[in-house]
Design a protein. Sequence first.
Length: 347
Amino acid sequence: MAGESLRWKVPEKKPEMAGGFNQRWWFLLAALAEFGAMLQMTRIRYTAQRLPPQLFDFTREANVYGFFVALPFILLFLALAFVPHLYRRGLAATAVGVSVAALAALVASPLLSAAAQPYLFGGYLAVKAFALALFVVWLRPPAQGRWGVWRKSLLAFLLGLGIIGGVLLTVIVMVLTSPIGPQVDEAPRQQYDAGVILGAAVWSGNRPSPVLRQRVNRGYDLLNDGVVQFLVVTGGSAPNELPEAEVARRALVQLGVDPSRIVMEAHTNSTVEQILYIRDQLMQKQRWSTFIIISDQFHLKRALEICAFNGVQARGVSSESPLGPQNLVLYHARESLALILYWMFGT
């Protein structure tokens, strides 16, 4: 009886309790990898804009958004590490695999060409959305029946699509509701140093596309009304045509603009590069400080976000859009995707 009583007082260690301590460290490793990914995203964001990284500067909106990409995963993995009853079989290995692989992809991204990096970054964000959906679904109690795993997989896939669609729709609404109009309505009207016409497509025969033509017309109006002192035309080479900036300059001269009032920049190939030209050349060398960015309404939200991140004091004035409703929907969606990539990676 005494021996039997002693055996009851010293229970054997359960296998799941013995493995729980190991699972905790796996989840902590996954949380650490997510934190490292957040820091790497911030580093990429600053490097893309030729700035020294400031890893915890949350005065910049893009840094805040980047932090909130990693935060759900960090909190989830910490919860799984310290609340054992949330644990489901296979989650620890999945967490470490996804988080470490994602971090490795970000670390390796500088090895890719500039043209390929946006695809990697877009894939990274899509994987994060589906991974979050997967963890949320698998935290539910195990489903009974033969098709439980398949039902959960389908639910995770649909939830991932919902996360992606919800984020994109939110950003599209932000772009659509941006308070950017075609006029400068300050009273008394402020005189800006320059109006910057962002580049757009050039058609065959070195003709400005309708989008570029409308941007040129808006710039001409601002100069003619005395709102800006100079016009800056931007944009590099179009395929088999003159640079976008040269085509815009010629169109302004045809409208009667004094060439001495036009500054031409014909080497940039993206909106980020054009804003960095303002920062590095017009602000530092020309000593100009106030700018009007001239582009389509759906494009200005991203351009002004880049200005704000880089300390460029600017406001946006929209051109008349020659695009039809179907094209406007397409361009709003595309610009919203580009804005998300800028917030996350500075590209």
